[in-house]
Design a protein around this ligand. Structure first.
Ligand SMILES: Nc1ncnc2c1ncn2[C@@H]1O[C@H](COP(=O)(O)OP(=O)(O)OP(=O)(O)O)[C@@H](O)[C@H]1O
Ligand SMILES: [Mg+2]
Length: 561
């Protein structure tokens, strides 16, 4: 195609270039200027005070350098051959090449994983398919997060396979560290999910500017128009025109008001930042969604919203949560990991509890029956092995071998409840805490005005409320860590010893210390054996006591606190 017809074909005000006026503005804010222009580098060259001759020479050098920079800048606008090839392959979407035995989602087959001398996963096999929401359950340290890390490629299994429905599967991982940038606006934050699209848009804008400036160099203009052509095809392939519409559709779905688009991310609470993160993930159209304890620290309203929102999503997902109601609302299947082995139960969490109890009962009955059979066979061998029946005895011996080896039924492991005993303090007085006309503010945020509360001996009180309403502050006021602005917070006079387990207590631990050192430090007058006993009751096995706190799972970190 000749240059003139190309110029006629390409509308420089195409929506791929300028897009929606709002999108163009957001794009400009999002992409900071990249290279200085030739004029700026000339202006800043310090040759003003030199002799005219030197100055002229330097001027020539500076102009040359600036020209080289401009040329380099223009050359950088062109796609390299390899890049075009990669892009060509990527944009001409592959149709499930690469053999795999799953048609959707992902399958784990006989995965094992150990850390130093500790085996975390022995034999883990399960799958998540289209339309399924799998709840991954198990005690603290059972290896749930490790499985998600293996699926997302952050960690390698020692053996076993992770089989994906397609090789370039998009797997998104939402954990508790919400990856948002406080200094962006909400709209910019959502746009950051479209890395590829934004790059194409940015390059289109640059090439457009370069075309406008290249009217004197027809050869360059021709090359730029070819590049423009290529970028337009890419823009089409990545649906660049849809970016704005997708974001505008998502903003109200996530519960944001239209005017929130221009508000800074930092001005939103943790719960709202989680919504942004989830929104960004969903905008990327993942093939599999992994969620690691997404409800921790969320208030009840946000948890409810999250339940409803995830329920509407079709993408297969795996959810780790210790929140039974959350799992009940969402899951179609539960995978339990216990002692390094996984077991799959169809249904939600309540169904799992019932099926698990039935499984334990059946398994225990089968185990008991087999134990009886083993004892009887042993008795038979003893009776037969003497005298003329030794032939029959050897048949019985073979049977015994089989029973104790390949046909052996494992006794179901019934985990003991963790026992926590608080030291005897004697009975306190009837009144434990009295709060009278409490007033308290953080800066200009009033948290309590005329608040009154009586806590009496034996009461167990739940303090509920939205994120940021002052629940932790109330506990700190009771502990005397904050002083009321007005009113009183009084502890009962008789035998009241307050103690406090902080929200982020585990974050205060020294990650370099071992589990044993961490507890021994605060239990100075305890015997070592007693400390080990206490940790054992918190489900720490003997071989974990020398493990550094930094390697503990989220839940394990809380135990030594
Ligand atoms: N890099 C590592 N080095 C040593 N041990 C590790 C490492 N990563 C994890 N572990 C151990 O592996 C076990 C499984 O950890 P993982 O984080 O998968 O548990 P989890 O089931 O997610 O627990 P939680 O419910 O507490 O989050 C834990 O005992 C943990 O201490
Ligand atoms: Mg975990």
């Amino acid at each position: 195609m000749d240059l003139a017809s190309k110029l006629q074909l390409i509308d420089l005000r195409s929506t791929f270039l300028t897009g929606h006026p709002q999108r163009a503005a957001a794009l400009r804010q999002f992409h900071r200027p990249v290279l200085p222009t030739a004029t700026t580098s000339l202006k800043t060259a310090p040759f003003c005070s030199l002799s005219p001759k030197t100055s002229a020479k330097l001027h020539a050098v500076a102009v040359e350098t600036a020209e080289t920079e401009v040329k380099e800048e223009i050359e950088s606008l062109f796609s390299s051959n390899s890049e075009s090839e990669v892009d060509y392959k990527r944009f001409n979407k592959q149709s499930g090449s690469g053999a795999s035995s799953v048609s959707s989602g992902i399958k784990l087959e006989n995965i094992s994983k150990s850390y130093k001398n500790v085996t975390v996963l022995k034999d883990v096999s399960w799958e998540v398919k289209k339309g399924e929401k799998v709840g991954l359950v198990g005690v603290n340290g059972a290896g749930k997060t490790t499985q998600l890390r293996i699926i997302s490629g952050l960690e390698e299994p020692d053996s076993g396979n992770v089989i994906k429905a397609k090789p370039n599967m998009k797997i998104s991982f939402l954990n508790q560290e919400f990856e948002v940038l406080g200094s962006r606006t909400v709209k910019e934050e959502f746009m950051s999910a479209f890395t590829e699209e934004m790059q194409v848009a940015e390059r289109l804008e640059k090439v457009q500017k370069a075309i406008e400036k290249s009217v004197d160099d027809l050869e360059l203009m021709g090359r730029l128009l070819d590049e423009f052509d290529l970028l337009q095809r890419r823009a089409q392939a990545v649906d660049l025109d849809e970016v704005d519409a997708k974001i505008n559709k998502l903003i109200p779905e996530l519960g944001f008001q239209p005017e929130d688009s221009d508000r800074l991310v930092a001005s939103f609470s943790g719960g709202w930042q989680m919504r942004m993160c989830l929104g960004k993930i969903l905008l990327q159209d993942p093939d599999l969604l992994l969620l690691d304890e997404p409800t921790n620290h969320l208030d009840l309203d946000t948890i409810e919203w999250l339940e409803g929102y995830l329920q509407k999503q079709d993408v297969p997902m795996v959810i780790i949560s210790h929140d039974r109601a959350f799992l009940d609302q969402l899951c179609t299947k539960i995978v339990e990991t216990d002692m390094g082995v996984s077991r799959t139960f169809m249904g939600n969490y309540s169904d799992y509890i019932i099926s698990k109890a039935e499984w334990v009962e059946t398994q225990l009955a089968a185990w008991e029956k087999q134990q009886k059979e083993i004892e009887q066979t042993k008795g038979l061998i003893n009776r037969l092995s003497a005298g003329a029946n030794s032939g029959r005895a050897s048949t019985a011996e073979k049977k015994l071998e089989k029973l104790q080896d390949e046909e052996q039924i494992d006794k179901p492991f019934i985990r003991k409840q963790m026992k926590i005993r608080f030291p005897e303090r004697g009975r306190s007085g009837r009144s434990v805490v009295t709060i009278k006309n409490l007033e308290f503010s953080h800066g200009d945020q009033m948290l309590f005005r005329n608040a009154n509360l009586m806590i009496e001996r034996g009461e167990k009180i739940a303090i509920i409320g939205p994120n940021g309403c002052g629940k932790s502050t109330l506990l700190k006021l009771i502990m005397g860590l904050h002083k009321p602005d007005r009113g009183e917070v009084l502890l009962g006079e008789h035998n009241v010893l307050p103690n406090y387990f902080e929200q982020n207590q585990a974050e205060a631990l020294d990650l370099e210390k071992t589990v044993l050192e961490t507890v021994a430090e605060v239990a100075e007058d305890w015997r070592l054996d007693d400390i080990k006993g206490l940790l054992g009751r918190c489900n720490f096995k003997a071989n974990m006591l020398d493990r550094k706190v930094s390697f503990l799972s989220g839940g394990e970190k809380v135990m030594p606190c």
